[in-house]
Design a protein around this ligand. Structure first.
Ligand code: THG
Length: 273
C-alpha cells in the first residue's frame, strides 16, 4: 500500500491554526511523525485559506521538505496554486488532483503533459459527484484515456473513485468498491487511491469504520490511500490484509512487521476514537 499521510490539512481543527500562524516546528513534527509511521507521501492542503492558499501551500511544501525526505502530495483543486507549489517542490510530487471538471481539466493537462509526476485522477465531473459504479467508470475511462494520450504513464496515474460518507447513501460503499475492482481490471498497471476516512463522516467510531472499509477495499485491489498513518491498528490491518490478498510474496512484509512488534497493539497506548 502506498500511504499518503493526511494530517497536514487545514480543514482539521487541530492543525488549522498552526498553518495560519506558520508554526514551522509543529508542521515539521507532524510531517516527521507521519513519515516515521510509514507514510510514503505527505499530503499538504491549505484549501480553507481563500485568497492565500497559494502562499500557504508553498510554505507547507518547503516546511515538509526541509524536515523529511518524503515527497508531498499537493492537495488543491486550484491549478494556479498547484503550479506554484510544484515549482518549490524538490524531486517529484504527487498531484492531488486532476478531474473531469472542465476548467480544472483544461488547466491541468498542460502542467502534466510529458512529465514524470504522479497524479490523482479524481472521479468528479461538471455533473457533480458520481453515485453508481457506472458513473465513476464513465469519468475514469475518459480521464485515464486522455492522460495516456497526453503521455502520462499508466503507472503514474492514481484513479480516485471518490469515497463519500456512508451516511449519505447506503450503497455508496459498495459502488466505490466495485469501481476499484473494475478500474484494475480495465487498466493494467494503474493505481487506485482514495480519501479513506471520508466514508465515516458523521458516524460514531470513525476509526473503527475506516479500518474495516480499508480491508474491504484491499480485497478489491486498492493499492494506495490518503489516510492517518498514526492509526496503528489501521497500519497493522493493512499488512495482514495485503498478505491475505496475495500481495506479500513469501509473507515477507508480514513476518518483518511481526518481528518489529507492529502487531503488539495491546501493549501500546490505544489512540482515541
Ligand atoms: N480524495 C483526494 N484527496 C482528498 C480527499 C479525497 N484530500 C482531502 C481528503 N479527501 C482526505 N484527507 C482528509 C484529511 C483529514 C480528514 C479527513 C480527510 C479529517 N477530517 C475530520 C472531519 O472531517 O471530521 C476533521 C475533524 C477535525 O480534526 O477538525 O480528519 O477523498 N484525492
Amino acid at each position: 500500500m502506498i500511504i499518503v499521510g493526511e494530517l497536514i490539512n487545514a480543514s482539521r481543527k487541530k492543525i488549522r491554526n498552526e498553518i495560519k500562524e506558520k508554526n514551522y516546528d509543529e508542521i515539521a513534527r507532524v510531517a516527521k511523525e507521519q513519515l516515521a509511521n510509514g507514510a510514503d507521501f505527505i499530503d499538504v492542503n491549505a484549501g480553507i485559506f481563500v485568497g492565500q492558499e497559494e502562499d500557504y501551500l508553498k510554505w507547507l511544501v518547503k516546511t515538509v521538505q526541509e524536515n523529511t525526505d518524503a515527497p508531498c502530495c499537493i492537495d488543491t483543486p486550484d491549478p494556479t496554486a498547484l503550479e506554484a507549489a510544484i515549482k518549490v517542490h524538490k524531486g517529484s510530487p504527487m498531484l492531488n488532483s486532476i478531474s473531469l471538471e472542465s476548467e480544472r481539466y483544461e488547466k491541468m493537462i498542460p502542467v502534466l503533459r510529458g512529465t514524470d509526476m504522479k497524479v490523482i485522477a479524481l472521479c468528479m465531473s461538471d455533473e457533480g459527484m458520481p453515485y453508481t459504479t457506472s458513473d465513476r467508470m464513465k469519468i475514469a475511462d475518459k480521464l485515464v484515456n486522455n492522460l495516456v494520450q497526453n503521455n502520462v504513464k499508466i503507472e503514474n496515474i492514481f484513479v480516485d473513485p471518490l469515497v463519500q460518507p456512508i451516511g449519505s447513501g447506503d450503497n455508496l460503499g459498495v459502488e466505490f468498491l466495485n469501481a476499484v475492482e473494475q478500474i484494475h481490471k480495465e487498466f493494467e498497471g494503474i493505481h487506485t487511491i482514495c480519501g479513506m476516512s471520508n466514508i465515516s463522516f458523521g458516524i460514531p467510531k470513525r476509526k473503527f469504520a475506516n479500518q474495516v472499509f480499508m480491508i474491504m477495499a484491499i480485497t478489491k485491489g486498492l493499492d494506495s490511500a490518503i489516510m492517518n498513518p498514526n492509526d496503528r491498528r489501521m497500519m497493522a490491518n493493512i499488512i495482514a490484509a495485503e498478505m491475505l490478498a496475495g500481495k506479500d510474496q513469501f509473507c515477507e512484509k508480514y513476518m518483518n512487521a511481526y518481528r518489529e512488534g507492529i502487531f503488539d497493539l495491546e501493549n501500546k497506548q490505544p489512540e482515541k476514537a
